[in-house]
Design a protein around this ligand. Structure first.
Ligand SMILES: O=C(O)CCC(=O)C(=O)O
Length: 202
């Protein structure tokens, strides 16, 4: 199956979304529809999603989306299509990834608030490659409050099969989010390919 699917895969030339104190590129139609559809089928069939919670103002609240992790040495391994796509993303970025973090936005009421990935950690400069599947949603970037940068929010509609790559200083200077959009009735999945760097003690 993977071989057949790979024949249909395509990558368009990237568009630079952020080039100042960060490096964010957007690749529309990184996956063609057949491969994107196959990935959604596999992830829907075979992922144990969990409802995460966060402390907010002293109360524990559920985050408005479901999450999961898959990858090397993880309880949930790569699926065949995910493994294939990991290879494509690795070739595109020139980076290796050993796990991915999955978000499931059940409809437009699910969202992720402004945040940077790996905030405050020494891994903040690692590449994060973010793949969109399913419903079209708005992916937004803005400078962190303490960054000293001035820039209006950057907004891009991410569609089924689109890829966003965040590299360099992005996570140090920029936050990103996917806001609520009550007009959206369909599910969106997001796969962020990441690197787990072993600590000396591991
Ligand atoms: O769903 C997305 O496009 C963004 C996901 C995200 O920001 C994250 O997993 O940290």
């Amino acid at each position: 199956m993977s071989r057949q699917i790979a024949l249909f895969a395509s990558a368009s030339s990237p568009t630079v979304l952020v080039g100042d104190h960060g490096d964010v590129t957007f690749v529309p139609e990184f996956l063609d529809r057949a491969l994107a559809d196959a990935l959604v089928r596999e992830l829907n069939a075979d992922t144990q999603w969990q409802a995460d919670s966060r402390m907010m103002y002293g109360k524990r609240v559920l985050v408005p989306r479901e999450t999961a992790g898959r990858g090397d040495r993880m309880r949930q391994p790569w699926t065949p299509a995910l493994e294939l796509v990991r290879g494509m993303v690795e070739r595109h970025t020139g980076t290796t990834f050993d796990y991915c973090f999955l978000n499931r936005y059940r409809n437009g009421n699910d969202a992720v608030a402004w945040h940077g990935d790996r905030d405050g950690t020494r891994d903040a400069r690692l590449v994060v490659a973010s793949l969109s599947l399913g419903a079209t949603r708005s992916f937004q970037l803005r400078p962190k409050k303490d960054s000293g940068l001035r820039h209006d929010p950057i907004k891009v509609d991410v569609e089924h099969g689109d890829l966003i790559v965040m590299a360099g200083d992005t996570q140090l200077y920029w936050d990103h989010r996917v806001p609520r959009d009550p007009r959206v009735a369909e599910q969106r999945l997001n796969v962020t390919f990441r690197q787990h760097i072993a600590r000396p003690s591991e």
